[in-house]
Design a binder for this molecule. Structure first.
Ligand code: MF3
Ligand code: CO
Ligand code: CO
Length: 297
């Protein structure tokens, strides 16, 4: 072997060893198979999360009657790609678009298409970014023009349920506690929690252990630990909780056609409490400012 070739091989070998070291330091699994992430991993995940929330901050200005959901998808796609990131949903298990847009009675996984937004619509846009191998996942509600009082209430209850859940994310509490506080709050307000979809561990992959249920009983499930990273993403219906999947094999709708809302954050568990990694940078996500139809029920 000549010198040139051997020094090239030496160099590659060192890179591989370093790479292995870095990877093994970034995370480990606890006894439940849930990843505990290092500060290094946290930094990576946070960047992906920040880009996902900036994408939603960006899209808000385009929400108006007449725009199609696929035009909104294209804007999200271009924004994500322009920031050296990849939309995680594109090609995920055959999913064809760069975000999910779920209108009115669509619970989740609505596929952007030719449908135009119209006055009074409510919609969730859900974006997941992959940045330098790390994942960040978030969704918010948007409103078109003037919405009904019942739509506004649904959005507020869903938002508040997520905020309440986040307050309960602290080491020592269990995943069951998270589900329980969401279910209690939503049902106290005479709405229902969707059972067919849940939050999830996230970080080095899109979906990992555990399933984060939005209903359940206090004290059940694994305990939260510092370094865990997961989403909470409650879907709340005005009517009954049951859903069905349309023939596109993705779009989930309420069986009773009642309106549905959802908010999603990615969270990182800290020594005390947790850090929300997907907060808005311009506060556009808070729906209380939505305008109401006059005389709406
Ligand atoms: N972002 C969704 C979630 O919150 C998952 C969408 S998967 C897709 O977990 F394939 F439907 F896009
Ligand atoms: Co998610
Ligand atoms: Co999501």
């Amino acid at each position: 072997m000549n010198n040139k070739v051997s020094s090239l091989l030496d160099k590659d070998w060192i890179i591989i060893i370093n790479y292995t070291k870095i990877i093994t330091k970034k995370m480990h699994k606890n006894k439940h198979g849930i990843y505990i992430y290092s500060e290094d991993a946290y930094q990576g995940i946070k960047k992906a999360c920040n880009l996902a929330s900036k994408t939603l901050d960006m899209i808000g200005q385009f929400i108006e009657p007449g725009i199609t959901t696929e035009e909104l998808d294209k804007k999200c796609h271009d924004f994500i790609v322009a920031h050296n990131s990849v939309p995680a949903t594109l090609g995920y298990r055959g999913y064809p678009k760069s975000c999910c847009i779920s209108l009115n009675h669509v619970v989740c996984h609505g596929i952007p298409g030719r449908k135009k937004l119209k006055n009074g619509d409510i919609l969730n846009i859900d974006v997941t970014c992959i940045l330098e191998g790390w994942y960040g996942d978030t969704s918010r509600m948007f409103t078109v023009g003037d919405i009904s009082l019942k739509s506004k209430r649904l959005i507020e209850i869903t938002y508040d349920a997520l905020q309440l859940a986040i307050k309960n994310v602290t080491p020592g509490n269990t995943f069951g506690d998270i589900g329980a506080v969401i279910q209690e709050y939503v049902e106290k307000n005479k709405m229902s929690v969707v059972r067919d979809f849940c939050g999830h561990g996230i970080g080095s992959e899109f979906h990992q252990a555990p399933n984060v249920l939005h209903y359940g009983s206090h004290g059940s499930g694994p305990r939260l630990e510092t370094g865990m990273c997961f989403t909470i993403e409650p879907m709340v219906n005005i009517g009954r909780p049951e859903t069905k999947i349309l023939s596109d094999n993705w779009t989930a709708v309420t069986r009773d056609k009642s309106l549905s809302a959802q908010f999603e954050h990615t969270l990182f568990v800290r020594k005390e409490g947790c850090e929300v990694l997907t907060n808005s940078f311009n506060d556009t996500y808070f729906p209380r400012g939505a305008k109401l139809h006059r005389n709406s029920a």
